[in-house]
Design a protein around this ligand. Structure first.
Ligand code: BTN
Length: 321
């Protein structure tokens, strides 16, 4: 293993505490001078280090995103087999799709500390303060085709909610099609895009999760939420990304095997919309009625006030407040 990575692992695993430079050097088989050079390399890559003359060096918390720390102990079969972290990109969805022709592109996870042109659903933009949140895209090369777009869309929301819960202990809810909520306020959004690349069906699951800073309130009735606000302390994004990738991996494997019952059960259990009267807009038409179900293949099932029963796919659909 690269010695800078070995040092980073030790600092990360040590939590808030300082590690003596001699201890680090002995543990990694380096001289003191070599250890200092590797620490300088880490700092040059953007890792924030805090030196204490008496105690040594510590990694400032929460740490910046790091592909090596995320891949370590991830143990997923498909999602996150390769991870790349960028300081800044236009959109992580675009970067992931641009990698689709590469060998082993399936399952690639692309993260960025900041986006210049982050995309949201319905042509909106996704704004996130740099260095604070999770901007993640997972590329799935679906060849031969096995991943239902609808199922993947709701699975992504569920994976985010479950990942948040596993990493932070916070309870996250879901609002169709795929908003992740903390006490009713949006903490994450998902944009699943589909493209053909060399005749292969490629899906990119784009996830924007407010971990340590909520963007400024937009036109929505309630301001967006962030995890740190509810956790009462800054959140380690690495732990959240790992938990989320593990849950997404589990759901993707199930969807590929057309095993959707558990996905349906778990999704509905986190959603407070069942039986609620809502207005949904799909294909330019507004539908008013009572929510009967959310189906992994057919979308939102609504008993309309006019007696009609409609199935609305997630893509392009929105709910009116
Ligand atoms: C929504 O409108 O709720 C969906 C927002 C999805 C934003 C994420 S951030 C990472 C990925 N890259 C993008 O450009 N968009 C998605």
């Amino acid at each position: 293993m690269d010695k800078a990575h070995a040092i980073l692992e030790r600092l990360y695993d040590h939590g808030d505490g300082y590690l003596g430079l001699h201890e680090l050097a002995t543990a990694t088989g380096l001289t003191l001078a070599q250890t200092q050079r590797r620490l300088d390399t880490l700092a040059a890559r953007g890792h924030r280090l805090d030196y204490s003359p008496a105690h040594g060096v510590a990694l400032v918390r929460p740490p910046m995103l790091d592909a090596h720390l995320i891949e370590r102990r991830l143990d997923t079969l498909r999602v996150g087999r390769n991870v790349i972290c960028f300081p800044e990109v236009a959109s992580t969805n675009d970067v992931a799709l641009a990698c689709a022709r590469q060998k082993d592109a399936d399952g690639l996870a692309v993260l960025a500390e900041s986006q210049r042109a982050g995309r949201g659903r319905l042509g909106r933009s996704w704004i996130s303060p740099p260095g604070a949140n999770i901007l993640l895209s997972v590329l799935l090369v679906d060849d031969p085709p096995a991943l239902a777009h609808e199922a993947l869309t709701i699975a992504a929301g569920l994976a985010v909610a479950e990942g948040i819960e596993q990493a932070t202990g916070l309870t996250a809810g879901l609002k169709w099609p795929n908003d992740v909520l903390l006490e009713g306020r949006k903490a994450a959004g998902i944009l699943v895009e589909l493209r053909k690349v060399d005749r292969r069906r490629c899906l990119v699951v784009g996830i924007g999760l407010n971990a340590n800073a909520a963007p400024p309130a937009g036109q929505v009735d309630r301001p967006p939420a962030c995890l740190a606000e509810f956790a009462g302390a800054p959140v380690d994004r690495i732990a959240v990304v790992q938990a989320l990738l593990r849950r997404l991996d589990a759901w993707v494997l199930r969807i590929a095997a057309a095993d959707l019952d558990e996905l349906h059960r778990r999704w509905v259990a986190r959603c407070s919309m069942l039986n609620e009267r809502i207005t949904a807009v799909s294909g330019g038409t507004a539908y008013v009625g009572r929510v009967l179900d959310v189906s992994p293949l057919e979308g939102l099932i609504l008993a309309c006030d006019n007696g009609q029963r409609v199935h609305l796919p997630a893509e392009g659909a929105t709910l009116r407040p």
